[in-house]
Design a protein around this ligand. Structure first.
Ligand SMILES: [Zn+2]
Length: 257
């Protein structure tokens, strides 16, 4: 499978996934249609499928224009997003497969950012939408800290270390600055911040990351770290340091950073 990153809107990413055997393609989170159509034409592939990670407009707004241009598209989303994803045809529930061309994958249900958020998984490649960003995570619009902690640390965290994680927004540099503020002694964060700042200065993107890198640099996957515990205690002296509560405090600190 070939993956092409398509920058959209201000800082969104859509991804074109190409089955190299059939030249059929799927697009993850087309927030707008025009850049996706341009990339489809550049690649000379046939779009058959949309994979929506959740219902927010900046992930689905291109669905209807793409469906009008490529009639008969299969449009995946979580079953609980019925009525919220324009044109949705597939309503994912536990155990379902995700298919296009000769590719097949699975999905993880990741409530937290929204109740219907999913991560699509094709082998060692995963598309996390607004659940996991490099060095960060999405805001909790519809879920609890405990749900988001589970989505990140148990579900996405259960994938192999060398899984490549393609995320929904270019927030990496700001996320790493926040990460340093709560995990100040972490040399991996400092190194990654320098590398990412250089990439951004050169006009390049920071997607994908890997699960191994996130375990080292993403504070929301480091709720057991002594440095983060010390930071949390400095903000809330009575803190019980239970993982889900550490997560909640980190998310609140990030909201106000
Ligand atoms: Zn969102």
């Amino acid at each position: 499978m070939k993956i092409v990153t398509i920058p959209c809107l201000q800082d969104n990413f859509a991804y074109l996934l190409i089955c190299t055997k059939t030249q059929q393609a799927a697009v993850v989170d087309p927030s707008e249609a025009a850049p996706v159509i341009s990339e489809i034409e550049r690649q000379g592939v046939k779009l058959t499928t949309i994979l929506n990670t959740h219902h927010h407009w900046d992930h689905v707004d291109g669905n209807q224009e793409l469906e009008a241009k490529f009639p008969g598209l299969i449009i995946y989303g979580h079953a609980s997003d019925r009525g919220r994803i324009p044109g949705q045809t597939e309503f994912l529930k536990s155990g379902d497969e995700v298919r296009f061309g000769e590719e097949s994958g699975t999905f993880l249900h990741n409530p937290g950012h929204t109740t219907g958020a999913v991560t699509y998984v094709f082998g060692k490649t995963a598309f996390t939408g607004d659940t996991l960003f490099a060095a960060g995570c999405g805001r909790l619009f519809e879920g609890t800290p405990a749900q988001m902690h589970d989505s990140l640390n148990v579900q996405i965290g259960g994938l192999a270390d060398d899984t490549e994680l393609y995320f929904g927004h270019e927030y990496t540099e700001a996320n790493l600055r926040f990460a340093l503020s709560v995990d100040a002694g972490n040399a991996e964060i400092q190194q990654k911040l320098e590398a990412v700042s250089a990439l951004r200065s050169a006009g390049e993107f920071t997607t994908p990351t890997t699960l191994a890198e996130e375990r080292l640099t993403n504070p929301f996957m480091r709720c057991t770290s002594a440095e983060i515990h010390a930071c949390v205690k400095s903000k809330e002296p009575q803190h019980n340091l239970v993982d889900e509560e550490v997560f909640r405090t980190l998310r609140e600190l990030k909201n106000n950073y």
